[in-house]
Design a protein around this ligand. Sequence first.
Ligand SMILES: O=P(O)(O)OC[C@H]1O[C@H](OP(=O)(O)OP(=O)(O)O)[C@H](O)[C@@H]1O
Ligand SMILES: O=C(O)c1cc(=O)[nH]c(=O)[nH]1
Length: 215
Amino acid sequence: MLDYQRAFLSLAIASGALRFGDFVLKSGRRSPYFFNAGCFATGERLMGLARAYARCIQAAGIDFDLLYGPAYKGIPLAAATALMLALEHGRDLPYAFNRKEAKDHGEGGLIVGGPLQGRVLIIDDVITAGTSVRESLGIIRAAGAVPAGVVIALDRQERGQGQRSAVQEVREDLGLPVYPVVRLDDLIQYLAETTLDPEQLAALRAYRAQYGVCP
Ligand SMILES: O=P(O)(O)OC[C@H]1O[C@H](OP(=O)(O)OP(=O)(O)O)[C@H](O)[C@@H]1O
Ligand SMILES: O=C(O)c1cc(=O)[nH]c(=O)[nH]1
């Protein structure tokens, strides 16, 4: 695991974005952990989160022309990541986001920010069923731009309806690379190195064994 991934996990736990206990997911599964990106809700936390996204982008060597954040949670992510790429990596790139409802007055339209053109990197918090990614692809392609990939904070590495995860489906069926800042495997490794709670770790391993996919 890389330093920025450890820093992200430490921040996610400290800010309550990663919690451990008993949670019911959208799928109905009971999970021993839950990730809520809405908890990065202060300037410092957002800065830490944006730093993790920017480092993930740099580490993966992704070539792109514009960051795109799907409404709503993707909006601050795209803005903060653009800021961090300029601040810490000398990459001054445009960003854009969509409105959920088109504006019919003033400048009007659906897209705010830089023009949707060239290779577009989608920035979001999580992929659950892949609906948001599919919607973003439609918007990007309709504008004549080319999707370059998706960056997310956490890949839970668990099966969807079939044997594959939603992340694997996006990669294989949509042909789109997905770059997670961390995966469940990283979280398990991090907890194995830092946690004083063996039960918590055992619960995550058992969950991975029951619902997980191969990497
Ligand atoms: O892979 P999916 O099944 O689409 O789920 C993931 C999406 O769901 C959430 O957004 P949501 O559409 O709920 O909107 P929000 O950002 O306004 O919360 C999340 O921020 C992702 O964009
Ligand atoms: O599967 C979900 O519903 C889900 C899991 C998770 O960790 N975070 C989240 O926002 N949704």
